[in-house]
Design a protein around this ligand. Structure first.
Ligand code: NAP
Length: 259
């Protein structure tokens, strides 16, 4: 079993997928973990697996009340959190102008606004303590445009950019800031984002498990890396995008979406 340098953690989006896998690793090694999501039954069931080590915080991060509750927990000086994982997020597949505008706004509210507010609360608490870890879950989709997942890729480009900037700002403070950029990972993301077709479109070797992603992200934030890209395939892909002319990468992304 892995050992981590955190004594307490808070994970948003803990009720399924990558967030749940992170909680299993953290609480499984005895780290006090605050779990955040909207589905209280899922969180209660998760907490029951680890008895005293899991604290349930039910919140919708797209509401000001829900977000304020989680910000207050992160900022609480009497119960400091060592590791904050901004993992909650979702996507919406389809042609931009045909999608529901309110849903896209909710995506921006969660993937960008809530993540920014919680990153601010985390660093405002951690930097004066001279210690802490912030792990923001982005995506390999943050490195190039993604037609038919346009808003999602744009929100994740924001997350990677913000997180890399914060990584540099925090250099030398004792606080580590990392962007976790997974590729295709089998979770509820596919049903929520209406990308279930990806299961047949992409070969088995392209898929990561949420456990692989969770292990990679927690290991890399503990090491103080700026970027964490789990899996050799996606490490190679991100490297290739970095040396591909922007117009070529954009055109290829469009062709992939046309199938
Ligand atoms: N799966 C992939 O292929 C993939 C690839 C790259 C990056 N990612 C990123 O990985 C992160 C985790 O996604 P996942 O794949 O594990 O998907 P998932 O299984 O759908 O999990 C998403 C989590 O976010 C929570 N959530 C959604 N809306 C929320 C809200 N308004 N307030 C609070 N919590 C909310 C969900 O809980 P409730 O519904 O209970 O609130 C759930 O726990 C996301 O940021 C996603 O963009 C996923």
């Amino acid at each position: 079993m892995a050992t981590f340098p955190f004594s307490s953690a808070l994970v948003t989006g803990a009720s399924s997928g990558i967030g749940e896998a992170m909680v299993e690793l953290l609480a499984g090694t005895g780290i006090h973990t605050v779990v955040v999501a909207r589905r209280s039954d899922r969180l209660d069931e998760l907490a029951a697996r680890f008895a005293a080590d899991v604290e349930v915080l039910v919140a919708d991060l797209t509401t000001s009340k829900g977000l304020a509750k989680v910000v207050a927990r992160v900022a609480d000086p009497d119960r400091p959190i060592d590791l904050v994982v901004n993992n909650a997020g979702f996507g919406t597949s389809g042609v931009f102008h045909e999608l529901d505008a309110d849903r896209l706004q909710g995506e921006i509210d969660l993937n960008i606004a809530a993540l920014t507010r919680l990153s601010h609360a985390a660093l405002a608490a951690m930097v004066p303590r001279g210690r802490g870890y912030l792990l923001n879950v982005s995506s390999v989709a943050s490195f190039q445009p993604a037609p038919k997942l346009a808003v999602y890729a744009a929100t994740k480009a924001y997350v990677t950019s913000l997180t890399e900037s914060l990584h540099e700002e925090a250099r030398g403070t004792g606080v580590h800031v990392t962007a976790l950029c997974p590729g295709l990972t089998r979770t509820e993301f596919q049903s929520v984002s209406n990308t279930e077709g990806y299961s047949t479109q992409y070969p088995g070797f392209a898929w990561l498990t949420s456990q692989e992603v969770a292990v990679g992200g927690l290991r890399d934030v503990a090491k103080g890396k700026a970027l964490s890209v789990p899996g050799a395939l996606y490490k190679g892909m991100v490297g290739a995008v970095g040396v591909t002319p922007r117009g070529v990468a954009r055109r290829l992304a469009g062709l992939v979406q046309r199938g």
